[in-house]
Design a protein around this ligand. Structure first.
Ligand SMILES: C[S@@+](CC[C@H](N)C(=O)[O-])C[C@H]1O[C@@H](n2cnc3c(N)ncnc32)[C@H](O)[C@@H]1O
Length: 402
């Protein structure tokens, strides 16, 4: 008779259910042999593998990752574990935001605590812009529209190594690389889908030989690097000062950081409309509830200085669309700004911030500013700081160049 343990016996011994063991078999995590009658029979080797799988699952790794690690088919187990560490860190930060918000709500006296908690908690952790194709298109339009305004004067010397955290779909990456043809870039994003999109864009642009795209967290950046460029990332972080400290720690002495962020408070348009302003407020509130700040532009100077950067210089850059600039009316107002705020329609209505009718009226009014006689302006803030101090800790990436 063949020796081994049945699925029922193993379920009892390990505390996993029979259903889970069957599922793990189907997913190739632990696939035992079968008896002539078709029943699973776990050999001592299978049992050892199962215990190792349970340990890796307890770390939070996905089943396909566990299977590949145990099969020895993962080409770089350390890289998989590093990625996982970044995800665990991001999760811890999200939980800290939830914890802080919960404490704030409970500390505020005299209101409907339960409703407030439910409303706030449902929105925390949701990236305000989302990761759908419309947003990817918007980011590409935004980068193309604002390239001259925001990248003007941003160029890095030949041979410099530049880090771009929060690269999104690579919309700014290709502009940056085109303007610094002798520099080397590492673009990084927390979301795997964004990393894949940036890689595809970089390959299509024919610059993959000097632009490497990696998965990672701005709070644990790779380095050392000569320069850092950040576009529209700090506005989404609950504690941007921590990200800036981390970035400074990987900057070589004398290296610079360039940060570009918007500020919704610096939006001005004609004809004015209370509904349009209410729509913009929805976006600001949702972003704040997700831990970000849509008005971060005005805070860049103190943020960079507080993180220890020297010689911090900030320039406001205003894009002004008017009948003499029909191109901007389309690209800035329609496809960049209105597309962004219109993207929060469903969560804003679901959160009870606005009625569907008022939201739609506000979006119509924003678009009205692109009609004859209308104007619209938005101010971006570009800050540059220098790192005069030595880096303190570094995850080396120089040897992992593309
Ligand atoms: C508004 S998009 C900006 C993308 C790009 N910089 C641009 O301007 O087109 C922000 C990006 O930051 C990424 N992100 C958010 N939190 C991050 C973190 N902690 N570390 C790295 N990337 C992060 C998001 O996944 C998203 O792709």
């Amino acid at each position: 008779m063949t020796s081994g343990r049945t699925v029922g016996e193993l379920a009892e011994a390990t505390g996993l259910s029979v259903r889970v063991l069957r599922h793990w078999d189907e997913r190739g995590v632990v696939s035992p042999s079968r008896t002539p009658a078709g029943h699973r029979l776990y050999s001592p080797t299978d049992v050892v593998r199962l215990h190792r799988a349970i340990t890796l699952r307890a770390l939070g790794l996905r089943l396909d990752q566990v299977a590949a690690l145990l099969d020895g088919s993962d080409p770089d187990p350390a890289a998989t574990l590093r990625c996982h560490l970044a995800e665990v860190d991001a999760d811890l930060r999200r939980r800290r935001t939830v914890r802080d918000r919960l404490a704030e709500v409970l500390a505020a006296p005299g209101h409907d605590v339960l409703s407030t908690v439910i409303r706030e908690m449902t929105m925390i952790g949701s990236y305000v812009h989302g990761y759908h194709e419309t947003e990817a298109t918007r980011l590409r339009d935004q980068a193309a529209t604002l390239a001259d305004l925001l990248h003007d004067g941003v160029a890095f010397p030949d041979g410099a190594h530049v880090l771009e955290p929060g690269c999104g779909v690579g919309a700014q990456t290709v502009v940056l690389a085109a303007r610094s043809p002798g520099a080397r870039f590492t673009a990084l994003d927390l979301e795997h889908g964004q990393v894949a999109a940036t890689r595809a864009r970089v390959e299509a642009a024919g610059i993959a030989d000097r632009v490497s795209v990696v998965h990672g967290d701005v709070h644990d950046p790779p380095g050392p690097v000569d320069h850092v460029v950040v576009f529209f990332l700090l506005e989404h972080l609950p504690r941007p000062e921590e990200a800036l400290l981390a970035l400074r720690s990987v900057l070589r002495p004398g290296g610079t950081i360039t940060v570009v962020e918007g500020d919704h408070g610096a939006t001005a348009f004609h004809p004015d409309s209370a509904d349009a302003r209410a729509v913009i407020t929805c976006q600001e509130v949702l972003q704040r509830q997700a831990g970000g700040d849509a008005g971060i532009g005005r805070r860049l100077q103190p943020l960079l200085t507080g993180a220890g950067f020297d010689d911090v210089a900030v320039v406001p850059r205003t894009a002004h669309a008017h009948p003499g600039r029909p191109d901007l009316a389309d690209s800035l107002v329609r496809r960049t700004f209105t597309a962004m705020v219109a993207g929060v329609r469903e969560p804003a209505i679901a959160a009870g911030l606005i009625t569907p009718e008022r939201f739609d009226a506000g979006v119509r009014d924003l678009l009205r500013t692109t009609e004859p006689g209308g104007t619209f302006s938005y101010t971006f803030f570009r800050a540059v700081g220098v790192n005069r101090a030595s880096p303190t800790s570094v995850n080396s990436i120089d040897e992992a160049a593309p």
